[in-house]
Design a protein around this ligand. Structure first.
Ligand SMILES: [Zn+2]
Length: 353
């Protein structure tokens, strides 16, 4: 009995020692984990502090649709007197198309800026959002002897910061970013879907910059089927996104329209059409060239939005291509893009006072 009892006690003791050792080990592991957790919290606080100055984050690559929506709301809440947003359409995959109005909406004149008609060129959205925030943050600072406040009081800006949110979602997240199953089913069969970061079209495979009623049928370089780029759609302005752009043009009759695309550090323009409009285009592009330091690259062919505006509506319009070498433009280039474009919106508005 005694022997058995001692044996039993030894076994119990052994078990207790093992439990104690395990507990010590667990405490050590937990301590290390808590330490790293504290470090992470401290680090994220520092990071948050570093970004606290800006609503629009220009330090990360994939500026998304949902991030833009949050930023639009924050800007409107922070500066309710000088900026507001309208929803001017809903895409096939149920994303809102936003028009942000910077300055006095009752201003006698306005200009229009549209960005990211092509999905993979989403840095353009980050840029125009940051431009608006910068002007609002420094509203009483001067640009060319005039405050931003005075400029945008006289000429307000209708900004479409992301013309193609469904396409941007494809370029950033692939086909899984699309919510509508019938759209996903069709997308799966489209040319270019296996390399989504290269995607330019919307979620229906329509290239929104080939959608307008100028040389719509005649351009032979266009694709005849829905795919990642170059297909103009079944007929002009068949897409919700292009309808939204035309709504802004027809409702507000802007003095000029600037289109942000990527890449090349160049300005595309259309010098054909009637003499008066040609003169206006020359004046606009000369200002754009002066501010950005980009070079001219002649006329971009086909039924692009800028060509349509110049030739069919007599509205001066030109296209700025930001960034170099590749699209999506790497975020490492943002600083340079910012320096070249920071004041473009203000400079163009100022032209029409
Ligand atoms: Zn483009």
């Amino acid at each position: 009995m005694i022997v058995i009892s001692i044996g039993y006690n030894n076994k119990q003791l052994g078990n207790n020692i093992m439990i104690l050792q395990k507990t010590k080990l667990l405490i050590k592991i937990y301590s290390v984990l808590i330490f790293f957790l504290c470090m992470l919290v401290a680090d994220s606080r520092l990071t948050l502090k570093a970004y606290a100055a800006n609503i629009v984050n220009t330090r990360h690559q994939k500026y998304s649709y949902s991030e833009m929506v949050t930023d639009i709301n924050e800007l409107c809440n922070k500066y309710p007197d000088y900026v507001h947003a309208n929803i001017i359409g809903v895409t096939a995959d149920n994303r809102n198309l936003y028009e942000v109005v910077l300055g006095n909406p009752e201003a006698p004149k306005c200009i229009m800026i549209q960005a990211t008609a092509h999905a993979r060129e989403y840095m353009c959205s980050q840029l125009v959002m940051r431009q608006m925030e910068y002007y609002l943050d420094n509203y009483d600072d001067e640009y060319k002897d005039e405050t931003y406040h005075d400029i945008f009081d006289t000429v307000c800006v209708h900004v479409i910061p992301m013309t193609n949110p469904d396409g941007v979602t494809i370029a950033q997240k692939g086909i899984k970013g699309i919510k509508n199953s019938s759209l996903r089913k069709k997308l799966k069969k489209m040319q270019g879907i296996n390399n989504p970061s290269n995607w330019k079209a919307n979620a229906r495979g329509v290239d929104l910059n080939n959608q307008f009623n100028y040389k719509f049928r005649r351009n032979r370089s266009l694709k005849k089927y829905a795919c990642y780029a170059g297909y103009g759609g079944p007929y002009p302005v068949s897409e919700k996104e292009s309808k939204a752009l035309l709504y802004v043009v027809n409702t507000y009759n802007p003095k000029a329209v600037v289109n942000y695309h990527a890449m090349g550090n160049v300005i595309f323009h259309n010098y054909k059409g009637n003499k008066a409009t040609r003169k206006k285009v020359a004046r606009l592009t000369s200002k754009m060239k002066k501010v950005t330091g980009y070079s001219y690259l002649g006329t971009s062919p086909g039924p692009g939005f800028a060509n349509y505006l110049v030739r069919k509506k007599n509205i001066p319009s030109a296209t700025v291509e930001i960034g170099m070498y590749t699209t999506p433009v790497p975020i490492s280039q943002f600083k340079t893009v910012w320096k070249q474009n920071k004041n473009l919106m203000a400079a163009v508005a100022q032209m029409y006072e």
